[in-house]
Each structure stands twice: as C-alpha cells, then as structure tokens.
Design a protein around this ligand. Structure first.
Ligand code: 5GP
Length: 237
C-alpha cells in the first residue's frame, strides 16, 4: 500500500491517504513535542522506535480482544491503519498519582491509586486539552452515551492487558492516554500507544522511562524508549 496524499500532520505523526478509502498510513516522525507544542525537538531513531513499539502493543491489545485500527507495519516509520472517524476525546487511566492529577488536586505524587482512576479530556491544543465530564460530552455531542460507556470499559480493559505485560518487563504502567474512533458502526482504538502517551517507571528504582524525560529535560529519551522496547521483546533492528 502506498501513500497518496497528506491528510493531516500532527505533533509526532503525519497521516496519509492510500488507494484504499478505508485505510490510512501513519508516518511516525522523529519530532518530539511537549507543552502543547511549545517545546519541539528532533530525536534520532524516535520515529522508528515508536512505530515498532506501537505495532507491538497494538497487536497485544488486539490479540486480547480489544479491536484496534492497526493493520500492519509497512516500513521502519510507517504503519497501515483503518481509517476511523476519530472522537475529539482523550481517555486517561491512572494507576499511580502523578502529572496533572497532582497539580489539579494537590494529591501526593507516586501513590498507588486503588481503584485506578479515569478522566476524559477534550482534544484541543489551543485550550490545552481541558478536562471534561460525561455531561459535556453528551451536551456538545462529542460522543453518544453508549460510546462513553465503551470508552470507559475499553480503556480499563487495556489496563488489564498492559499492566501485567509491563510488570513482567520490570515496569510500572503509571498512566496512559487512549483515543477512539468509529469504524463501520463500532468504536475501536485508534491513535497510538507509545512512551509518548503513557508513563512507565522502572519497578525497582521508579526511574522515568517515558516522555517525562523529555518534558523534564532529563535526557536519554530515545535510549529509555529503546530500553523499554528491549525489555518487552520488541524487535527494533
Ligand atoms: P497528564 O494529564 O498527567 O499530563 O497525562 C496523563 C497521561 O496521559 C500521561 O501518560 C500523558 O503522557 C498522557 N497524555 C495526556 N495528554 C496527552 C497528549 O495530549 N498527548 C500525549 N502524547 N499524551 C498525553
């Protein structure tokens, strides 16, 4: 399958149409951004690592029974996906308190959350992705009530699938963000699952192995992603 024309360029991926109207190609770039695009850098190998990491995780999620848009890897930085009608919503599950949860609620960083908690955010950079609730989603028609239920069920199901996968690799899945879209009348997982959109801490040392290394200027960003990939058994070369 070949790229036909550029459909959309996001902060880290460019999306292309293909000869098949139901398929798109995701091109994972080396661009790394934070703070709604205020900080941007090119990091060698990141596009390749994220493309392969994403394919590995999407395949695990699919095998465990949650439908995803992922079809197959095409090259180092390209993957073929189903074309979804994306909802403008980010779904976040948190297993350990950190990040915006601590800033917003003043709770202590690094505390196990029992049960894990869930939040919806509106996907809107200009507004800095504000937190929203189910009433906002209903009032403004961003998703139907059954899609809201599906997003919650599926996002927690992904937690059940991925928490043990990461813990077997010596990593804590601290939190993550998922995005969903409609495909032939069904809500399925879209976008990506990479260390750009989740937090992963080493189980022993609690060292950060995700995009917080970039956000906080800790360095060794791609090296940390490669270490995570290596521990999971993702083939990078
Ligand atoms: P927080 O709300 O604490 O900033 O982020 C919670 C989780 O969702 C983190 O794993 C973070 O990486 C992810 N996340 C939230 N918003 C975004 C976003 O706009 N882009 C990406 N890539 N990840 C996000």
């Amino acid at each position: 399958m070949k790229k036909v024309s550029e459909l959309f360029s996001g902060k880290a991926k460019t999306v292309y149409t293909t000869e098949d109207e139901n398929r798109l190609i995701l091109h994972f770039r080396n661009d790394t951004s934070a703070f709604d695009g205020e900080k941007i850098e090119q990091l060698d190998r990141k596009g390749m690592v994220n493309n392969k990491f994403n394919a590995f995780i999407m395949e695990k999620i699919q095998q465990a029974g949650v439908d995803t848009h992922h079809d197959k890897i095409l090259s180092d930085q390209d993957s073929l996906v189903k074309k979804l009608d994306m909802l403008p919503i980010e779904c976040v599950v948190r297993n350990i308190s950190t990040g915006s949860l601590c800033r917003r609620l003043g709770v202590e960083d690094g505390v196990d959350l029992t049960p894990p908690t869930f939040e919806f955010f509106l996907k809107n950079d200009e507004l800095h992705d504000p937190m929203i609730n189910e009433f906002h989603i209903n009032t403004f028609g961003w998703a139907t009530e059954s899609e809201v239920d599906d997003m919650k069920v599926l996002t927690f199901k992904v937690n059940d699938i991925l928490k043990p996968l990461f813990s077997n690799a010596g990593l804590l899945l601290v939190d993550y963000k998922l995005e969903f879209g409609r495909y032939k009348g069904k809500l399925i997982l879209g976008d990506e699952f990479t260390p750009d959109g989740c937090r992963l801490w080493d189980i022993e040392t609690r060292a950060k192995m995700d995009k917080d290394r970039f956000r906080q200027g800790l360095g060794g960003v791609v090296e940390a992603y490669e270490e995570v990939a290596h521990r999971l058994g993702v083939q990078l070369a």
